[in-house]
Ligand binder design. Structure first.
Ligand code: KIV
Ligand code: ZN
Length: 496
């Protein structure tokens, strides 16, 4: 079996996509998840893109051990220096330099000749080599680059010290047979070099192209959890890993991914960004293992393999059954977490238990999904203590404006205000803006049930903007108005 290294770019290419931007601590939380998932390299961000990006890469480099931490970097000295600064404390660090090589990009984006492009690759990889041992070089838009020039760019990067050459299908343009031929040709020309592939999904072919590149000879692939990324996204990690596993006899390749973490990590990302997978999404979608047609149900009952090629329990998918109740104690909670392989510190257990008790008072029956929600929400609460809801009251009458009074706990005691609005949430949100003296702007709002039934926990996810920054706020309650106000206050905490 050939080992395929996984570079996960959820926190860089994935985070670049609209609606996916994450706060520093959310990125750190996600990086911890990626570590558990067993990815070999975490592309933690683009350190020189902004001070926030720098801080995220640094935080992850400082705290996450046991895998390589990488940052994207333009071929510029100042970017390379900042990348080094951000990754200074990483146990294993990698810089990922990129420069476009296609005629279209050279002419219109970079206004460079091919010779100037080669010179820039040479200079920047050489400079990076004075600071880094591990250098990945990407020929951006490689799949629309003439193969002869691609070989020259590759040779220049290798000669200057690059250790991995990445071939991005930047605009998701290529087909699997073309990808296979391109990688084969490069591998034949540079047999000792470690090649990688980075595919976008514009024509729905990212996973197929990545698999073709593996057949062609790459030993590393770039992917993201749930396939998030620019435009139509990147190669979905869970899909490519399960294709390799399910058709191992064909690919003869394996990864270090811990299969049992696939579903929990996919859920963790959804909880952080608030962006749900399509129900039909392979491997992690809600319907991926549901059988509706009677004939299918009958087949699965007789032998699961009639209609299932993957055992969902292998992916860490757990049935949403009743697990705990109002009278369950701390031991029962700890035992249940242990049965799921989840280990928390005493302090974390105490915090979780308090929230569990609150919820059990309202809900009586606590299911697996409720516990998962409380866990994913834990870090959210931990980092946003500045403002919290003290009380609120909202009056709404059909055909009239709504009227809200909100009181918030702040560092300077309880502060109150009132406002009218188009509806109960508009009134409450305007009131909170008034208390905090800020013009927070609501970009998106969605509310869904975490669990089934009349007393289901409703989760609100919203996007809030202020002063050019955008964050996600989350709140959950058995009362949707309360969940929305909690989400709004959560987002305000992140923005201030
Ligand atoms: O899509 C792309 O070309 C990229 C590179 C920077 C690797 O994301
Ligand atoms: Zn990309």
């Amino acid at each position: 079996m050939k080992k395929i290294m996984i570079l996960d770019t959820t926190l860089r290419d994935g985070e670049q996509a609209p609606g996916n931007s994450m706060h520093v601590y959310e990125k750190l939380e996600m990086a911890k998840n990626l570590r558990k998932l067993g990815v070999n390299i975490i592309e933690a961000g683009f350190a020189s893109a902004s001070p926030d990006d720098f801080e995220s890469v640094k935080e992850i480099a400082d705290q996450i051990q046991g895998c390589t931490i990488c940052t994207l970097s333009r071929c510029l000295r100042e970017d390379i220096d900042l990348s080094f600064e951000a990754l200074k404390n990483a146990q294993n660090k990698r810089i990922h330099l990129f420069l476009a090589t296609s005629p279209l990009h050279l002419q219109y984006k970079l206004q460079m000749t091919e010779e100037e492009c080669l010179q820039r690759i040479d200079e920047s990889v050489r400079y990076a080599k004075t600071l880094f041992d591990d250098i990945q070089f990407s020929c951006e838009d490689a799949t629309r680059t003439d193969i002869a020039f691609l070989k020259r760019a590759t040779k220049t990067a290798i000669d200057a010290g690059a250790t991995v050459i990445n071939i991005p299908d930047t605009v998701g343009y290529t087909f699997p047979n073309e990808m296979y031929t391109m990688i084969r040709t490069l591998k034949e020309a540079f047999p000792e070099t470690c090649f990688s592939v980075h595919c976008h999904n514009d024509l729905g072919m990212a996973v197929a192209n990545t698999l073709a590149a593996i057949e062609g000879g790459v030993s590393q692939i770039d992917c993201t959890v749930n396939g998030i990324g620019e435009r139509a996204g990147n190669t979905a990690l869970e899909e490519v890993v399960m294709a390799l596993k399910t058709r191992a006899e064909h690919y003869q390749a394996e990864t270090d991914i811990v299969l049992k973490q696939i579903f929990p990590v996919s859920q963790a990302l959804t909880a952080i960004t608030g962006i749900k997978n399509a129900p039909t999404k392979p491997i992690v979608g809600k319907n991926a293992f549901m059988h509706e047609a009677g004939i299918h149900q009958h087949g699965v009952l007789a032998n699961r393999q009639t209609y299932e090629i993957i055992d969902p329990t292998e992916l860490g998918i757990v049935k949403n059954e009743l697990v705990l109740g109002k009278h369950s104690g701390k031991h029962a909670l700890v035992d249940y977490l242990e049965s799921l392989d989840i280990k928390l510190t005493d302090e974390e257990v105490n915090g979780l238990f308090a929230e569990f008790k609150d919820l059990a008072d309202k809900k009586k029956k606590i299911t697996y999904k409720d516990i998962m929600y409380l866990l994913s929400h834990r870090h959210n609460v931990k980092y946003t203590r500045k403002y919290s809801i003290y009380s609120y009251s909202i009056m709404t009458v059909k055909g009239n404006s709504a009227f809200a009074t909100v009181k918030l706990n702040t560092e300077n005691g309880v502060k109150a205000a009132e406002s009218i609005g188009d509806g109960p949430l508009d009134a409450a949100f305007k009131t909170i803006n008034r208390i905090l003296g800020k013009d927070f702007h609501l970009l998106d709002w969605q509310s869904t049930a975490v669990t089934e039934g009349e007393d289901a926990l409703g989760m609100t996810t919203l996007r809030l903007a202020c002063d050019g920054k955008e964050v996600t706020g989350r709140g959950a309650s058995t009362d949707t108005v309360e969940a929305s106000i909690m989400a709004y206050v959560n987002a305000c905490n992140k923005l201030v």
